[in-house]
Ligand binder design. Structure first.
Ligand code: PLP
Length: 384
């Protein structure tokens, strides 16, 4: 049976050129990048090159990139690092209701330690309420953390405007760009962001490595203490193969972004229009246009997302409902509730997140098998 992978927002397969670039750094070029001998120089040069590749994708200076273990660490570093370095100025944080749990749970952790957090509402498309943002900024606000693109519904926020508002008020602005980096243009200077999180495994790079952009002059405390790695911002011997892989993935993403965007929008819209046409009582979630090119989130009324996932899996199709981190829990997605869906409707959601290896035939196959699955489940459902 052919297997069709449509869960790229959870993780993407590694690109073969990325893998090839990484391999020598496991055995032949294994030096510790802090060592002064040639083995060390070889790896420290590789890290410097990767730093340039990441910086180039973000429009940043290489010196402002810190390598981390991925999006989760970058988010924790940004929010806790700013909170603890600036608590004398204030203890107020602004975020949105639809952030990834790497940000939401970090904010909740800080709330238990005396910080105050405002959770901005979003509209039915998942766009943050900018008026509420302006009204929420106080004298003691130290950071605004709002994601660039949502992992579940794909809605893209106007980070240029949020950056302007933050700069006007002299507040740091962090954006979680784990889902947008490499998929759509990101420019830290144009957006006026102070901090930006990204991760390699969402853009055909390896798992367990990412980066945090930190604007020069930002007051931030490191989370990890130890050696002088990453200019004293993140201690620990560098994951050289991972960092080299992240750099290569960024280089490839930058080169192929426009072509990939066009291809993915075409595939996504082909799937969306066929599903909407063939299945009654569906809702397409997320913004109609300001949406990640690869993301389609739909609710199918009167059925459970989990049952559809299992039946699609038996047909060789891998999708998810909500985010991978919340599946396994019976709570409906906090993102779908925030855009105003009822618990019952939110339970019937599926996320199709496409990747560059997908084809039109893949879309047509899903559009052929899913209507039958929904029909069967609806016949069995107590909700119909
Ligand atoms: N932020 C967003 C928006 C994500 O989608 C993810 C991963 O799903 C993360 C953060 C966490 O990234 P990582 O898996 O690299 O820790």
């Amino acid at each position: 049976m052919k297997r069709i992978y449509l869960d790229h927002n959870a993780t993407a397969p590694i690109n073969s050129d990325v893998l090839k670039t990484m391999l020598p750094y496991f055995d032949q070029k294994f030096g510790n990048a802090s060592s002064v001998h040639s083995f060390g120089r070889e790896t420290s040069e590789a890290i410097a090159k990767a730093r340039e590749q990441v910086a180039s994708l973000l429009g940043a200076e290489p010196a402002n990139i810190v390598f981390t273990s991925g999006g989760t660490e970058s988010d924790n570093f940004a929010v806790k690092g700013i909170a603890y370095a600036n608590e004398k100025k204030g203890k107020h944080i602004i975020t949105s209701q639809i952030e990834h749990h790497a940000v939401l749970n970090t904010c909740q952790f800080l709330e238990k330690r005396g910080f105050e957090v405002t959770y901005l509402k979003v509209d039915k498309y998942g766009k943050v309420d900018l008026d509420q943002l302006r009204d929420s900024i106080r004298k003691d606000t130290i950071i605004i953390t709002v994601m660039h693109a949502n992992n579940e519904i794909g809605t893209i926020q106007d980070i240029d405007e949020i950056g302007r508002i933050a700069a006007e008020k002299g507040v740091y602005f962090h954006t979680d760009a784990v889902q947008s980096c490499g998929k759509i243009p990101v420019d830290v200077v144009k957006s006026g962001v102070t901090l930006l999180s990204m991760s390699a495994h969402k853009i055909y790079g390896p798992k367990g490595v990412g980066a945090l952009y930190i604007k020069k002059g930002t007051r931030i405390l490191p989370l990890q203490h130890g050696g002088h790695h990453e200019s004293n911002r993140r201690a620990g011997t560098e994951n050289v193969p991972g960092i080299v892989g992240l750099g290569k993935a960024c280089e490839l993403a930058q080169k192929s972004m426009e072509g990939n965007e066009r291809k993915l929008v075409d595939l996504r819209d082909r799937l969306q229009s066929q599903l909407v046409e063939r299945i009654e009582d569906t809702i397409v979630n997320g913004h109609p246009t300001d949406r990640l090119p690869n993301t389609l989130n739909m609710c199918f009324r009167y059925v459970e997302g989990e049952s559809m996932i299992m039946m699609l899996d038996m047909k060789g199709v891998a999708v998810s409902s909500g985010s991978a981190c919340t599946s396994g829990s019976l709570d409906p997605s906090h993102v779908l509730l925030a855009i105003g869906l009822s618990h019952e409707v939110a339970h019937g959601s599926l996320r199709f997140s496409l990747g560059v290896e997908n084809t039109r035939e893949d879309m047509d196959y899903v559009a052929e098998v899913l209507p039958e699955i929904v029909q069967r489940l609806r016949k069995m459902s107590a909700l119909t």
